[in-house]
Write a protein that binds this ligand. Sequence first.
Ligand code: GLP
Length: 260
Amino acid sequence: MSDAADQIFATLKQSSQSGAPLYLQLRKSIEDAVNRGLIGPGDALPSERDIATKADISRVTVRKAVQDLVKGGILVQRHGSGTFVAPRMERVEQSLSRLTSFTEDMARRGMAVRSAWLDRGLYAPSPDEMMVLGLSSSELVARVSRLRIANDTPLAIERASLSASALPDPAGIGSSLYAALELTGNRPVRAVQRISAANLGDADARLLEVPPGVAGLHIERISYLASGKVIEFTRSIYRGDAYDFVAELRLTGPSEEGRP
Ligand code: GLP
């Protein structure tokens, strides 16, 4: 990386007359170098001290620029080993018109899927769960919370709630909730999904291996059986840099206007 580093910091010296604060100039030089491919995912940045010497600026200025880039997800810092260009996220394009499971979506793309369990068990339902799943306070809810990982990158945190009568043993679902529901004839056939923007809180960001506060997607899915009964109420947080949700739109004829 030393040639590339020299180029970055040489550019900084040339442009240091522009009047913008030095840390912004350094931040831009590093960002440009990443965008132009001079330094790539996984490449190590020189130490703060080296950058400061090469660019002839203070270490405080270097630290400020680097911290900004870490916050923005361009660089990552690993304790004890230094600062690196962040791995590039391959964005997943996800259709909004097919009712598929995470396992199926990733398998179709040839990605290896695994999950880390965050929680699974039977609980007294929350007011939200009672309302959406139509449970009374004497019934139990089955909760299945997982960190969903594809090709070793954590993509989403999914917290699913189902009535305990539909999923009496949440610990026994194996790797796919929908596959387990299929076995008992409880796989949903229709779902309503609500997507909204969210900034990731500390705990979620840590699980998804992104800096706290970065953009994410909050997705709520309510799924139904053919009978019209709600089977699944899932709240998920997806990494904003990993997903493109795609919806196909069609022009409706006058006879279809106003239909839900
Ligand atoms: C998607 C949906 C979830 C659903 C999950 C099931 O990710 N957003 O609502 O619970 O798929 O996935 P799997 O069958 O892989 O557990």
